[in-house]
Design a protein around this ligand. Structure first.
Ligand code: UDP
Length: 327
């Protein structure tokens, strides 16, 4: 397969590239390095530094490399930020995505995989969340992904471009060579590990009065390698003529914020002091994915479902890269 990966210098994208190359596939990365890191891009991938907002640059990349498939990771990704800067998300994620879609259909791309999100499900009637759950975007970020999912429906219907939307729950963990390095960091596991590394004094739990067994929020943490493998499986299926689809992607079990911190204490041997702070706006009590559909249709199953293993892989990467990719 020849695959164009947008956002292939970012956390999840760079690990998808690593796994694609490991599987013997040809990869072109398109990334503006706004959040991504040049050093995160696998050396065997062709790298184009470009911005999806630059329609000509996108068109040139797709026209020159003629990928069979596109994995589209590049976007703004923070729920909280999107509540404060809605236009960034509602304009850039959508207009940039549209630039990519237009070149994709023009050049006959056969399979398109969208990084979508659990933030489509702000008011689930049932837990774990299945694909037929009512779509209620929880933020402009979630809305931007919802709109991209809708656009893909039209690309399939009008141009026959098949797609898979993968709605991620909480991506985490690392490979030996690639891990999570955001600036600023907002995600729970890397923040907890920064405390263990002595880079941060304590971790603040965003509320412990939720309707959960220990009062802290429960999330479905999925290892980034398992996520990456789902992309590869989905792409193979599309390129073999399989139908378009939308899948929720998680482990099917939840861990509370307090459980994450306790597990990180065990893994790192550091006491990791914690304090309880205010709730973070927009956080639901519990988010757990049902991944039965993707298991049934594509045969996907997680290989790293255990929280301890997930945190160990992240910890090993952070120990080897205490300052992230900038070191
Ligand atoms: N969280 C927390 N303290 C932090 C960062 C996150 O308590 O410093 C909580 C957050 O409220 C959520 C969970 O950890 O319940 C996972 O948050 P994260 O930002 O990692 O991922 P998200 O669920 O927002 O995608």
């Amino acid at each position: 397969m020849k695959i164009l990966v947008t956002g292939g210098a970012g956390y999840i994208g760079s690990i998808a590239v690593e796994r694609l190359i490991k599987a013997g596939e040809e990869v072109v990365v398109f990334d503006n390095l706004y959040q991504g890191h040049r050093d995160a891009v696998h050396p065997a991938a062709t790298f184009i530094q470009g911005d999806l907002a630059d329609k000509d640059a996108v068109e040139t990349a797709v026209a020159t490399h003629r990928p069979e498939g596109i994995m589209h990771f590049a976007s703004y990704t923070l729920v909280g930020e999107s509540m404060e800067k809605p236009f960034l998300y509602l304009r850039d994620n959508i207009v940039n995505g549209l630039n990519l879609l237009e070149s994709a259909v023009k050049h006959g791309v056969r399979g398109f995989i969208l990084s979508s999100t659990a933030n489509l499900f702000d008011d689930p009637a049932k837990m774990p969340i299945e694909e037929n759950e009512r779509i209620v975007p929880g933020s402009p970020y979630g809305e931007s992904k919802n709109i991209m999912e809708r656009y893909l429906h039209w690309m399939d219907r009008l141009y026959g471009m098949r797609y898979t939307c993968l709605r991620y729950f909480n991506a985490c963990g690392a490979t030996e060579e690639r891990g999570e390095d955001h600036d600023p960091e907002t995600h729970l596991i890397p923040l907890v590990l920064q405390v263990a590394l002595g880079q941060r004094e304590k971790i603040t739990i965003f509320g412990d009065d939720y309707q959960t067994p220990d009062g802290s929020c429960v999330r479905d943490y999925i290892h980034v390698i398992d996520l990456a493998e789902a992309h590869i499986l989905a792409m193979r299926t599309l390129l073999a003529g399989g139908p378009s689809g939308k899948y929720n992607l998680g482990n099917g079990r939840g861990y509370s914020v307090k459980e994450v911190i306790q597990t990180a204490r065990t893994v790192t041997g550091h006491p990791i002091p914690m304090v309880v702070g205010a709730r973070r706006p927009g956080d639901p009590d519990v988010l757990i994915a049902s991944s039965e559909s993707i298991n049934h249709d594509l045969g996907w199953q997680p290989h790293y479902p255990d929280l301890r293993t997930i945190i160990e892989t992240a910890w090993n990467w952070h120990l080897a890269h205490p300052d992230g990719y900038t070191a």
